[in-house]
Design a protein around this ligand. Structure first.
Ligand code: BTN
Length: 329
Protein backbone atom coordinates (compact mmCIF):
# COMPACT_ATOMS: atom_id res chain seq x y z
CA UNK A 1 0.00 0.00 0.00
CA UNK A 2 1.33 3.45 -0.91
CA UNK A 3 -0.75 6.30 0.53
CA UNK A 4 0.06 8.59 -2.40
CA UNK A 5 -0.88 6.21 -5.20
CA UNK A 6 -4.59 6.88 -5.25
CA UNK A 7 -4.41 10.67 -4.78
CA UNK A 8 -2.03 10.73 -7.76
CA UNK A 9 -4.35 8.52 -9.83
CA UNK A 10 -7.17 10.95 -9.04
CA UNK A 11 -5.04 13.75 -10.52
CA UNK A 12 -4.27 11.62 -13.58
CA UNK A 13 -7.91 10.58 -14.04
CA UNK A 14 -8.44 13.51 -16.43
CA UNK A 15 -6.35 11.61 -19.00
CA UNK A 16 -3.93 14.57 -19.40
CA UNK A 17 -0.16 14.74 -18.81
CA UNK A 18 0.94 15.81 -15.32
CA UNK A 19 4.64 16.49 -14.80
CA UNK A 20 6.50 14.83 -11.93
CA UNK A 21 7.44 18.31 -10.78
CA UNK A 22 3.84 19.56 -10.65
CA UNK A 23 2.71 16.41 -8.82
CA UNK A 24 5.60 16.71 -6.35
CA UNK A 25 4.61 20.32 -5.67
CA UNK A 26 0.92 19.43 -5.37
CA UNK A 27 1.59 16.76 -2.71
CA UNK A 28 4.59 18.47 -1.16
CA UNK A 29 6.93 15.49 -1.71
CA UNK A 30 9.99 14.78 -3.88
CA UNK A 31 9.79 13.62 -7.49
CA UNK A 32 11.29 10.28 -6.38
CA UNK A 33 8.36 9.80 -4.00
CA UNK A 34 5.99 10.48 -6.91
CA UNK A 35 7.91 8.01 -9.06
CA UNK A 36 7.62 5.34 -6.32
CA UNK A 37 3.85 5.86 -6.09
CA UNK A 38 3.58 5.59 -9.88
CA UNK A 39 5.58 2.32 -9.75
CA UNK A 40 3.16 1.03 -7.15
CA UNK A 41 0.17 1.94 -9.34
CA UNK A 42 1.79 0.07 -12.23
CA UNK A 43 2.34 -2.96 -10.00
CA UNK A 44 -1.45 -2.94 -9.40
CA UNK A 45 -1.97 -3.25 -13.15
CA UNK A 46 -2.67 0.43 -13.89
CA UNK A 47 -1.24 1.41 -17.26
CA UNK A 48 0.54 4.77 -17.00
CA UNK A 49 2.51 6.43 -19.79
CA UNK A 50 5.68 8.15 -18.66
CA UNK A 51 7.15 10.57 -21.21
CA UNK A 52 10.36 12.50 -20.58
CA UNK A 53 9.69 16.23 -20.45
CA UNK A 54 5.90 15.80 -20.25
CA UNK A 55 5.27 13.61 -17.22
CA UNK A 56 2.73 10.91 -16.47
CA UNK A 57 -0.59 10.14 -18.15
CA UNK A 58 -3.30 7.45 -18.12
CA UNK A 59 -4.19 6.04 -21.57
CA UNK A 60 -7.67 7.59 -21.26
CA UNK A 61 -9.63 9.77 -18.87
CA UNK A 62 -11.24 7.68 -16.13
CA UNK A 63 -14.43 8.60 -14.32
CA UNK A 64 -14.07 7.59 -10.68
CA UNK A 65 -17.04 6.45 -8.61
CA UNK A 66 -18.99 9.39 -7.25
CA UNK A 67 -21.03 8.46 -4.18
CA UNK A 68 -23.61 11.24 -4.67
CA UNK A 69 -24.32 10.13 -8.25
CA UNK A 70 -24.70 6.52 -7.09
CA UNK A 71 -27.14 7.54 -4.34
CA UNK A 72 -29.12 9.85 -6.66
CA UNK A 73 -29.40 7.08 -9.25
CA UNK A 74 -30.67 4.57 -6.67
CA UNK A 75 -33.42 7.04 -5.78
CA UNK A 76 -35.67 6.86 -2.70
CA UNK A 77 -34.34 3.43 -1.68
CA UNK A 78 -30.83 4.88 -1.29
CA UNK A 79 -31.46 5.33 2.43
CA UNK A 80 -31.24 1.54 2.77
CA UNK A 81 -27.59 1.55 1.66
CA UNK A 82 -24.29 1.81 3.56
CA UNK A 83 -21.96 2.43 0.65
CA UNK A 84 -18.14 2.35 0.90
CA UNK A 85 -16.04 3.43 -2.07
CA UNK A 86 -12.67 1.67 -1.77
CA UNK A 87 -9.62 2.83 -3.70
CA UNK A 88 -7.85 -0.51 -3.69
CA UNK A 89 -8.85 -3.90 -2.30
CA UNK A 90 -8.03 -7.56 -3.00
CA UNK A 91 -11.67 -8.61 -3.44
CA UNK A 92 -14.83 -6.71 -2.53
CA UNK A 93 -16.44 -10.07 -1.61
CA UNK A 94 -13.62 -10.94 0.81
CA UNK A 95 -13.73 -7.41 2.24
CA UNK A 96 -17.48 -7.63 2.83
CA UNK A 97 -17.28 -11.22 4.18
CA UNK A 98 -14.92 -9.91 6.88
CA UNK A 99 -17.08 -6.85 7.49
CA UNK A 100 -20.20 -9.05 7.76
CA UNK A 101 -18.48 -11.31 10.31
CA UNK A 102 -17.71 -8.14 12.30
CA UNK A 103 -21.33 -6.98 12.29
CA UNK A 104 -21.59 -4.81 9.15
CA UNK A 105 -25.23 -3.77 8.70
CA UNK A 106 -27.78 -5.21 6.28
CA UNK A 107 -27.44 -3.65 2.77
CA UNK A 108 -23.79 -2.69 3.15
CA UNK A 109 -22.17 -2.24 -0.22
CA UNK A 110 -18.49 -2.01 -1.15
CA UNK A 111 -17.29 -0.86 -4.56
CA UNK A 112 -13.60 -0.80 -5.54
CA UNK A 113 -11.72 1.38 -8.00
CA UNK A 114 -8.97 -1.23 -8.15
CA UNK A 115 -9.56 -4.87 -7.26
CA UNK A 116 -6.31 -6.84 -7.25
CA UNK A 117 -7.55 -10.36 -6.42
CA UNK A 118 -11.07 -10.54 -7.84
CA UNK A 119 -12.61 -13.99 -7.40
CA UNK A 120 -14.86 -15.69 -9.93
CA UNK A 121 -16.97 -18.84 -9.78
CA UNK A 122 -15.34 -22.27 -9.73
CA UNK A 123 -12.01 -20.98 -8.44
CA UNK A 124 -11.41 -18.65 -11.38
CA UNK A 125 -10.17 -15.09 -11.07
CA UNK A 126 -12.03 -11.99 -12.23
CA UNK A 127 -9.99 -9.60 -14.35
CA UNK A 128 -10.61 -5.91 -13.76
CA UNK A 129 -8.72 -2.66 -14.33
CA UNK A 130 -9.10 0.90 -13.14
CA UNK A 131 -11.98 2.41 -15.11
CA UNK A 132 -12.44 -0.75 -17.18
CA UNK A 133 -14.82 -2.71 -15.00
CA UNK A 134 -17.21 -2.12 -12.17
CA UNK A 135 -16.57 -4.39 -9.18
CA UNK A 136 -18.85 -4.33 -6.17
CA UNK A 137 -20.43 -6.49 -3.47
CA UNK A 138 -23.65 -6.18 -1.54
CA UNK A 139 -24.39 -7.68 1.87
CA UNK A 140 -27.95 -8.90 2.41
CA UNK A 141 -28.94 -10.49 5.70
CA UNK A 142 -31.69 -13.15 5.66
CA UNK A 143 -33.70 -14.60 8.54
CA UNK A 144 -33.74 -17.95 6.76
CA UNK A 145 -30.77 -20.29 6.40
CA UNK A 146 -28.53 -21.00 3.42
CA UNK A 147 -30.68 -23.97 2.25
CA UNK A 148 -33.56 -21.62 1.41
CA UNK A 149 -31.30 -19.45 -0.77
CA UNK A 150 -30.70 -21.87 -3.63
CA UNK A 151 -32.39 -19.69 -6.28
CA UNK A 152 -30.74 -16.47 -5.07
CA UNK A 153 -28.02 -16.28 -7.70
CA UNK A 154 -30.60 -16.64 -10.49
CA UNK A 155 -32.71 -13.89 -8.92
CA UNK A 156 -29.65 -11.62 -8.92
CA UNK A 157 -29.27 -12.36 -12.65
CA UNK A 158 -32.82 -11.13 -13.19
CA UNK A 159 -32.01 -7.91 -11.30
CA UNK A 160 -28.92 -7.30 -13.44
CA UNK A 161 -30.83 -7.92 -16.68
CA UNK A 162 -33.43 -5.35 -15.62
CA UNK A 163 -30.69 -2.85 -14.76
CA UNK A 164 -28.79 -3.40 -18.02
CA UNK A 165 -31.96 -2.99 -20.07
CA UNK A 166 -32.68 0.26 -18.22
CA UNK A 167 -29.18 1.43 -19.26
CA UNK A 168 -29.85 0.68 -22.93
CA UNK A 169 -28.35 -2.83 -23.27
CA UNK A 170 -31.19 -4.55 -25.12
CA UNK A 171 -30.09 -8.02 -26.18
CA UNK A 172 -28.83 -9.19 -22.82
CA UNK A 173 -29.18 -12.88 -21.94
CA UNK A 174 -28.50 -15.17 -18.99
CA UNK A 175 -26.58 -18.42 -18.98
CA UNK A 176 -27.39 -20.76 -16.11
CA UNK A 177 -26.72 -20.29 -13.31
CA UNK A 178 -25.95 -16.59 -13.57
CA UNK A 179 -23.59 -15.44 -16.33
CA UNK A 180 -24.78 -12.28 -18.05
CA UNK A 181 -24.11 -12.39 -21.80
CA UNK A 182 -24.49 -10.20 -24.86
CA UNK A 183 -23.89 -11.83 -28.25
CA UNK A 184 -22.68 -14.97 -26.40
CA UNK A 185 -19.91 -12.90 -24.77
CA UNK A 186 -19.61 -12.32 -21.04
CA UNK A 187 -20.72 -8.88 -19.90
CA UNK A 188 -21.10 -9.52 -16.17
CA UNK A 189 -20.54 -12.21 -13.56
CA UNK A 190 -22.02 -12.94 -10.15
CA UNK A 191 -20.34 -14.64 -7.20
CA UNK A 192 -22.30 -15.24 -4.00
CA UNK A 193 -20.58 -16.14 -0.74
CA UNK A 194 -22.83 -17.31 2.08
CA UNK A 195 -22.27 -16.94 5.81
CA UNK A 196 -24.29 -18.44 8.65
CA UNK A 197 -26.10 -21.66 9.43
CA UNK A 198 -28.16 -23.93 7.18
CA UNK A 199 -31.27 -23.08 9.22
CA UNK A 200 -30.60 -19.36 9.63
CA UNK A 201 -30.06 -16.57 10.05
CA UNK A 202 -27.65 -16.14 7.16
CA UNK A 203 -25.87 -13.45 5.22
CA UNK A 204 -25.26 -13.37 1.47
CA UNK A 205 -22.34 -11.43 0.03
CA UNK A 206 -23.42 -10.80 -3.53
CA UNK A 207 -20.42 -9.93 -5.70
CA UNK A 208 -20.94 -8.46 -9.15
CA UNK A 209 -18.42 -7.61 -11.85
CA UNK A 210 -19.68 -5.67 -14.87
CA UNK A 211 -17.32 -5.02 -17.77
CA UNK A 212 -17.49 -1.29 -18.40
CA UNK A 213 -14.87 -0.20 -20.92
CA UNK A 214 -12.35 -2.99 -21.44
CA UNK A 215 -8.90 -2.16 -22.79
CA UNK A 216 -7.37 -4.49 -25.37
CA UNK A 217 -4.99 -5.51 -22.61
CA UNK A 218 -7.84 -6.58 -20.32
CA UNK A 219 -9.56 -8.42 -23.18
CA UNK A 220 -6.37 -10.43 -23.73
CA UNK A 221 -6.20 -11.37 -20.04
CA UNK A 222 -9.82 -12.61 -19.85
CA UNK A 223 -9.93 -16.35 -20.61
CA UNK A 224 -13.27 -16.29 -22.45
CA UNK A 225 -15.06 -14.10 -25.01
CA UNK A 226 -16.01 -10.85 -23.21
CA UNK A 227 -17.82 -7.64 -24.04
CA UNK A 228 -18.25 -4.36 -22.16
CA UNK A 229 -21.32 -2.26 -21.51
CA UNK A 230 -20.17 0.45 -23.94
CA UNK A 231 -19.96 -1.99 -26.86
CA UNK A 232 -23.14 -3.76 -25.74
CA UNK A 233 -25.23 -0.67 -26.49
CA UNK A 234 -25.38 1.36 -23.26
CA UNK A 235 -25.82 5.08 -23.69
CA UNK A 236 -22.44 6.85 -24.13
CA UNK A 237 -23.17 9.21 -21.24
CA UNK A 238 -23.58 6.34 -18.77
CA UNK A 239 -20.89 6.50 -16.06
CA UNK A 240 -19.74 3.72 -13.72
CA UNK A 241 -21.57 5.50 -10.89
CA UNK A 242 -24.80 5.40 -12.89
CA UNK A 243 -24.32 1.71 -13.69
CA UNK A 244 -23.74 1.00 -10.00
CA UNK A 245 -26.76 3.04 -8.87
CA UNK A 246 -29.02 1.39 -11.46
CA UNK A 247 -27.77 -2.09 -10.57
CA UNK A 248 -28.28 -1.52 -6.83
CA UNK A 249 -31.77 -0.14 -7.36
CA UNK A 250 -32.85 -3.25 -9.28
CA UNK A 251 -31.00 -5.63 -6.98
CA UNK A 252 -32.88 -4.30 -3.95
CA UNK A 253 -36.16 -4.84 -5.80
CA UNK A 254 -35.38 -8.46 -6.61
CA UNK A 255 -33.93 -9.14 -3.16
CA UNK A 256 -37.09 -7.89 -1.44
CA UNK A 257 -39.21 -9.94 -3.81
CA UNK A 258 -36.97 -13.00 -3.29
CA UNK A 259 -37.17 -12.60 0.49
CA UNK A 260 -40.96 -12.61 0.37
CA UNK A 261 -41.77 -15.08 -2.42
CA UNK A 262 -38.54 -16.88 -3.35
CA UNK A 263 -37.16 -17.32 -6.88
CA UNK A 264 -40.50 -18.70 -8.12
CA UNK A 265 -41.91 -15.18 -8.62
CA UNK A 266 -39.08 -14.43 -11.13
CA UNK A 267 -38.81 -17.84 -12.72
CA UNK A 268 -40.71 -16.99 -15.92
CA UNK A 269 -38.74 -13.76 -16.36
CA UNK A 270 -35.49 -15.69 -15.92
CA UNK A 271 -36.54 -18.35 -18.47
CA UNK A 272 -37.41 -15.59 -20.95
CA UNK A 273 -33.76 -14.47 -20.85
CA UNK A 274 -32.06 -17.88 -20.85
CA UNK A 275 -29.65 -18.16 -23.77
CA UNK A 276 -29.88 -21.98 -23.70
CA UNK A 277 -33.60 -22.56 -23.23
CA UNK A 278 -34.58 -25.70 -25.24
CA UNK A 279 -31.01 -25.92 -26.61
CA UNK A 280 -28.79 -29.00 -26.54
CA UNK A 281 -26.11 -28.59 -23.89
CA UNK A 282 -23.29 -30.47 -22.24
CA UNK A 283 -23.15 -30.37 -18.43
CA UNK A 284 -19.59 -30.69 -17.11
CA UNK A 285 -19.25 -32.34 -13.69
CA UNK A 286 -16.42 -31.60 -11.26
CA UNK A 287 -15.18 -35.22 -11.67
CA UNK A 288 -14.67 -34.71 -15.41
CA UNK A 289 -17.84 -36.55 -16.54
CA UNK A 290 -20.24 -34.80 -18.86
CA UNK A 291 -23.93 -35.29 -19.60
CA UNK A 292 -25.65 -34.15 -22.77
CA UNK A 293 -29.31 -33.19 -23.03
CA UNK A 294 -31.83 -30.50 -23.90
CA UNK A 295 -32.52 -27.69 -21.42
CA UNK A 296 -36.10 -28.02 -20.18
CA UNK A 297 -36.00 -25.03 -17.85
CA UNK A 298 -35.32 -24.31 -14.21
CA UNK A 299 -37.18 -25.48 -11.11
CA UNK A 300 -38.60 -23.14 -8.46
CA UNK A 301 -35.35 -23.46 -6.50
CA UNK A 302 -33.13 -22.52 -9.45
CA UNK A 303 -32.02 -26.08 -10.25
CA UNK A 304 -31.47 -26.63 -14.01
CA UNK A 305 -33.67 -29.30 -15.61
CA UNK A 306 -32.14 -31.13 -18.55
CA UNK A 307 -33.83 -33.89 -20.61
CA UNK A 308 -31.22 -36.58 -21.10
CA UNK A 309 -31.19 -40.16 -22.36
CA UNK A 310 -31.87 -41.20 -18.74
CA UNK A 311 -34.85 -38.86 -18.31
CA UNK A 312 -35.01 -35.37 -16.81
CA UNK A 313 -31.96 -34.70 -14.64
CA UNK A 314 -31.57 -31.91 -12.08
CA UNK A 315 -28.36 -29.90 -11.84
CA UNK A 316 -27.55 -27.59 -8.93
CA UNK A 317 -25.05 -24.78 -9.52
CA UNK A 318 -21.90 -25.26 -7.42
CA UNK A 319 -19.09 -26.70 -9.48
CA UNK A 320 -21.18 -27.72 -12.50
CA UNK A 321 -20.69 -25.89 -15.78
CA UNK A 322 -22.99 -25.60 -18.78
CA UNK A 323 -21.58 -25.64 -22.32
CA UNK A 324 -23.26 -25.52 -25.68
CA UNK A 325 -23.14 -29.00 -27.25
CA UNK A 326 -20.47 -29.02 -29.98
CA UNK A 327 -23.14 -29.37 -32.70
CA UNK A 328 -25.12 -26.39 -31.31
CA UNK A 329 -24.24 -22.70 -31.47
C1 BTN B 1 -17.96 -15.23 -12.33
O1 BTN B 1 -17.07 -16.10 -12.28
O2 BTN B 1 -18.64 -15.06 -13.34
C2 BTN B 1 -18.23 -14.37 -11.12
C3 BTN B 1 -17.39 -13.13 -11.11
C4 BTN B 1 -17.69 -12.22 -9.96
C5 BTN B 1 -16.71 -11.07 -9.86
C6 BTN B 1 -17.08 -10.08 -8.81
S1 BTN B 1 -16.16 -8.60 -8.95
C7 BTN B 1 -16.75 -8.04 -7.41
C8 BTN B 1 -16.81 -9.24 -6.50
N1 BTN B 1 -15.56 -9.43 -5.82
C9 BTN B 1 -14.95 -10.55 -6.20
O3 BTN B 1 -13.84 -10.95 -5.77
N2 BTN B 1 -15.69 -11.20 -7.11
C10 BTN B 1 -16.93 -10.52 -7.37
Amino acid sequence: MNALTFPILKQLSDGQFHSGEALAKRFDVTRVTIWNAIQHAQSLGVEIFSVRGRGYKLPNAVELIDKDTVMRTIGPQSEWFHLSVLDEVDSTNTYLLNAAANGAPHVSCAVAHIQTGGRGRRGRSWVSELGASLTFSLLWRFDCGATALSGLSLAIGVGLVRALKALGVDNVQLKWPNDVLVDQKKLAGILIDLQGGMDGPSAAIIGVGINFNLSSNALKRIDQPAIDIKKAGADDRVSQSMVLGTALKHLVDVLRDFEEHGFVSMREEWLGQHAYQKKTVRMLMPDGRDVEGVVDGVADDGVLLVSTALGVQRFSAGEISLRAASHEM
